[in-house]
Ligand binder design. Structure first.
Ligand code: ZN
Length: 212
């Protein structure tokens, strides 16, 4: 079967206001990124460079950097669906060394046990306290935790920016459907990691932007 991917625009120049924008790095943990991990995503390692670029960009402009970390304990119901993975305390559960969060620099990690980074976590409260209305979301797995976190953000009226070179999926279909959902359904901005620049008067139209 062949399906046609509807056209979308990849924005080449995206200004973001650093005072209202945060970076969210989703589940870049050894179990997903390393070939020997419990649930390896073949393309994930290739996104480390792009995600590192986003991390540097956020740090340079003093933007909050948040991580989600898939976190399970023995007997978690998800193990029936996916097998054992991201068990708290194991090496597979750790974020990859190249992107390790730096708590001293203010990076915050949100442990989650389902696909949605907002579900059962303090993420929304933290974003509100920081006056954030725009989220750059990257990581893995595109159509699972990235998409459900992006969707959850968008239904709360956060504007989502998806740098597609910083997102990985099991296959091209899953990646494209993620881009389609974020860009079309949730009216997010589809771009690449190198296209972002800091602009206090960012030109992005925030659909229903939160009052600061
Ligand atoms: Zn999981």
């Amino acid at each position: 079967m062949q399906v046609e991917v509807p056209e979308y625009t990849v924005a080449e120049d995206v200004g973001v206001d650093p005072s209202r924008t945060a970076l969210i790095i989703v589940d870049m943990q050894n179990d997903f990124v390393r070939p020997e991990g419990a649930l390896p995503i073949e393309d994930a390692a290739a996104t480390i460079g792009a995600i590192g670029r986003l991390h540097d960009f956020a740090r340079e402009h003093a933007m909050p950097i948040f991580y989600t970390q898939d976190s399970h304990y023995a007997g978690d119901r998800e193990f029936a669906l996916w097998g054992e993975h991201c068990t708290v305390g194991t090496p597979g559960w750790q974020v990859v060394d190249e992107l390790a969060p730096d708590a001293g620099a203010g990076d915050v990690v949100f442990r989650k046990d389902r696909y949605d980074g907002f579900f059962g976590t303090n993420l929304e409260t933290t974003l509100r306290q920081s006056g954030i209305d725009t989220l750059i979301i990257c990581g893995t797995v595109a159509n699972i935790c990235v998409l459900y976190t992006a969707a959850s953000a968008a239904i709360r009226w956060y504007h989502v920016i998806l740098p597609i070179d910083a997102v990985s999926a099991v296959n091209e279909f899953d990646l494209q459907l993620t881009i389609r959902q974020v860009g079309w359904l949730f009216r997010g901005t589809i771009t690449r990691s190198g296209a972002l620049r800091a602009s206090p008067d960012a030109g992005i139209q925030h659909p229903g932007a939160l009052d600061k």
